[in-house]
Design a protein around this ligand. Structure first.
Ligand SMILES: [Ca+2]
Ligand SMILES: [Ca+2]
Length: 438
């Protein structure tokens, strides 16, 4: 966004305020086959009205991903209210209607308020449908409402109130008739495995099928939820969906969502040990953080002081397991687990690390070893893995006593002492540039 764009946005807003005063020019009929959809790209419909208060305003903002309607203020905590008012909708051609939209709310320490309202005519007071007030810099949200008291002169509005936040964004506003073809909202992926995911979205009852788009490839779905099979393990997927209704009616595309498939069983052979030094990503790949008690568990610590990613259990948590993906150990004899641990003390107190295994996902965790003594430098650990199976899992359990956390790194599941030696030589050569900084 540039200053010149901002200037243009302000000028456009001023122009809209003037033109929208001629109320009748901006009446948009809603029919089942013709919903109102505005994604604000290219400035959006000219029939929006901006009732901007002192110290706050709505404007059209062009972002890198999308152009949105944006509420912001001068940050003076004045409770300044500005209202974004929709075009006038003539609903006489439909028996009911739904409003849906996406929104985001960013704050600094406080959060602004967004109130969604409707009125049946220009003389009607605004009636509230709902309101939101929170602070989230990561995510967009979707919301839909059944619209009551529909009329020939219907409007909806988004009221922004300055409560010391930063920005409110509104986008993808849709008003569709009850017999129409609504854009699916509230997408979700559940039951995720290495090869499949169950995809969910909202329905309005008029759909005959849906068109799904998964990583750019389209396919037709006749049911919701839809079991998407044939996926690849440990892959990022983005999907969106549009509805196909009778009479050739088709909805707008939904907002996309993303999900990642689980890791496949890792097959360990003599030639292929499992190694994780946590360097490939700043989130866990093929490990699950399972919080047993308290608010925090395991994270990948990116090692800002000495660049070296490690698994880290923070002392602010209470107890959590870091669980490996299942490993197939059946092709190897004498499987061995090695890793490095670090447990810095804090006022003489150390957090506890213990190691467990289980032979199957529904099996009990079996205790292998526990470490309670301080280790301010990396300590190597080698453990034999008993009862190898085709679905073997290990876990690192961190328990906080308000020490200085537990670090685990260089996890290797391997096969024999000889191979261990060969492998450690190979690894020590490979990681030499990092070894220097420790
Ligand atoms: Ca947009
Ligand atoms: Ca590492």
């Amino acid at each position: 966004m540039t200053n010149s764009y901002l200037k243009k946005a302000f000028l456009t807003a001023a122009f809209i305020c003037v033109s929208a005063s001629s109320f009748a020019q901006c009446v948009i009929p809603i029919t089942d086959g013709s919903p109102f959809v505005d994604d604000f790209e290219g400035g959006g419909s000219e029939c929006w009205t901006f009732e901007n208060g002192e110290g706050s305003s709505w404007m059209i903002l062009e972002g890198t991903q999308s152009t949105v309607a944006a509420y912001s203020h001068d940050g003076s905590y004045t409770n300044s209210e500005s209202r974004l008012i929709s075009p006038t909708f003539d609903m006489t051609g439909v028996s009911g209607a739904t409003l849906s939209f996406t929104y985001a709310m960013m704050g600094i320490s406080d959060s602004d308020e967004l109130v969604i309202s409707y009125r049946s005519s220009e003389s009607d007071p605004w009636h509230d449908l709902g309101s939101f007030s929170f602070n989230d810099w990561q995510n967009y949200y979707e919301q839909s409402y059944i619209l009551p008291d529909i009329s020939a002169t219907y409007q909806i509005s988004f009221l922004g109130i300055d409560r010391g936040g930063y920005y409110i964004f509104v986008d993808n506003v849709e008003v569709s008739g009850e017999g129409g073809c609504s854009r699916p909202v509230n997408l979700e992926a559940t039951d995720i495995t290495p090869f499949a995911a169950l995809l969910h979205w909202s329905t309005s009852g008029n759909e005959e099928s849906w068109t799904l788009e998964l990583n750019g490839v389209e396919q037709t779905a006749s049911t919701q939820p839809f079991l998407m099979e044939g996926l690849r393990p440990s892959m990022d997927y983005t999907f969106r969906v549009k509805a196909n209704c009778g009479g050739g009616m088709q909805s707008d595309w939904s907002m996309p969502i993303s999900f990642t498939t689980l890791c496949d069983v890792i097959v360990i052979t003599d030639d292929q040990p499992y190694i994780d030094d946590f360097e490939s990503s700043e989130v866990f790949v093929c490990w699950q953080d399972e919080i047993v008690a308290g608010p925090y568990g395991w994270v990948v610590d990116p090692g800002y002081v000495t660049p070296n990613n490690t698994a880290f259990f923070i002392w602010l948590g209470e107890a959590a397991r870091l669980v490996s993906t299942p490993m197939d150990l059946t092709a190897v004899t004498n499987p061995t687990l090695t890793f490095n641990r670090k447990q810095p003390q804090q006022s003489g107190v150390v957090d506890e690390l213990s190691v467990y295994y289980r032979t199957a996902e529904d099996g009990e965790w079996q205790f292998l070893d526990a470490y309670n003594e301080a280790a301010s430098n990396w300590m190597p650990v080698t453990l034999s893995l008993p009862n190898p199976s085709a679905t073997y899992q290990i876990c690192f359990m961190g328990v906080s006593f308000n020490g200085n956390g537990v670090y685990v790194d260089e996890v290797r599941s391997r096969v024999s002492v000889l191979l261990n030696r060969l492998l450690s030589r190979f690894l020590s050569i490979r990681i030499l540039p990092q070894a220097k900084s420790r």
